[in-house]
Design a binder for this molecule. Sequence first.
Ligand code: SAM
Length: 244
Amino acid sequence: MRSYHGSDFYDNDTNFKKYMERRQGQENANDTLEKPVIWQLLEDISDRHVLDLGCGDAGFGVELLNKGCAAYVGIEGSRNMVEAASSNLADYNNGTVVHTRIEEFAYPRDSYDLVLSRLAIHYLQDIERVFQCIHQCLKRNGRFVFSVEHPVITSTLQPSGTRTNWVVDNYFSEGYREQQWLGGTVQKYHRTVEDYFRAMQDAGFIVEQLRESRPVREHFLNEETYERRCRIPLFLFLAGRKSV
Ligand SMILES: C[S@@+](CC[C@H](N)C(=O)[O-])C[C@H]1O[C@@H](n2cnc3c(N)ncnc32)[C@H](O)[C@@H]1O
């Protein structure tokens, strides 16, 4: 079976359809676990210029624009996602999406107040260079906030589906992984918590927050789903600031 680079995976129409169905499903992990922490980390976004790496369908861009951010630029490698994002942003003259890979975007210097990335960075092979580009493109005091699949998950990727047990193995063997996910094979990169933290510092960021996706009962309709989510962290978050 063909194995796909992160954004190419979503250009397979079957994978794209399955992903969108799951993403919009009731009690999906993104909305119950990931998004609430992202909102806490973003702080005040009014009048901010925002760059969103791996923006998907830019549904979150629409939320940011509706909450008063000054301008939103989404970067997205998948053509299917870019089409969905263009349609979602059509009514906003201060919202755009650029079809390119995160690694290839021409990051303009000192331009953004906030660089955001939700669940895309674990698809990147070289985060050191990308984090330097992100640092350069932020204005002074600008912030970088991102989420990734938690390293206890990416260490030993198992097929998608409802699990009753987990394996954490090869934790300190950073690098390439493949996962059977939504019926396809996708390429990801595993790093330890320490690797992400150090990559932020090496790029020049002051790391201000580190979070995990601790479940909050009110975000779940179903007690069983909540209890299952209490077993293992799905996501890791870091937030840093450019001080110079
Ligand atoms: C799990 S989805 C998350 C989408 C969106 N950030 C959200 O949270 O709804 C990951 C997205 O990152 C994009 N992506 C992955 N690797 C990428 C790369 N190297 N360059 C640009 N986009 C990439 C994928 O195409 C996909 O839309």
